[in-house]
Design a protein around this ligand. Sequence first.
Ligand code: KIV
Length: 271
Amino acid sequence: MSGYLVPTKQVRVTDLQARKGDKPWAMLTCYDYSSARAFSAAGIECLLVGDSAANVMLGYSSTTSITLDDMAMLGAAVVRGAGNALVVMDMPFGSYEASDEQAVRSATELLQRTGAHVVKLEGGVRMADRIAALKRAGLAVCAHVGFTPQSVNGLGGFKVQGRGDAAQAVREDVDAVVKAGADMVVFEMVPADLAAEITAQCPIPTVGIGAGAQCDAQVLVWHDMLALPEGGRRPSFVGVFGQVGAEMSRGAAAYKEAVETGTFPLPEQNF
Ligand code: KIV
């Protein structure tokens, strides 16, 4: 049961901000109702409807291929299964870069169509105006700095950001998003010591992916974390916590065999 008059223990941005410097929390990508139910039941505080759905759900080679309509459909399904978890919506490529007005319009549409709580966009200094505009519109915002997959071509491929002299640019990106009012910030593929240094000084929660253990939270793409599909190349920073791909293939093969040998359906499965 949900609705305006039903009390909930909804996780809010302020709850996660209050945990800064305390116990780390977990964010996990999520793209549909059933996995949202499973992750929420596991106590995952925050579900990210990532544009990585372009890769792991839709099979595109780039996150730039997913549209606002695609994201809205996935996000609405996640919210229906999310229980009390905070739901963050990635703003897809092409939905916010052109102007502050475009960003506010797209973010508003995403939140209205999904019921999600927070929008996330990629970029530091270059997106500070967009973040400020979203905050003026009253939205909760998650920034994303370091490696930003929507800019993979501009960044020359999947590369760690912030090594050596490039560390200063990451510091400036975080400074800019904090000043613009971001509520939390994802660090992707940033050296662990830099992420730790920034986390210690940054007033908002930092969420690491390939950014070491000192961030305030961690995020992973669930298909990587649970090895779906089986095999394939995964980034070196991924921790694997289950073998869902292997189990799905095993179950599908067992079903096929049962059909072929006539052991499914059994008499008790008939009407
Ligand atoms: O889309 C996504 O899954 C993300 C994570 C990599 C943080 O943005």
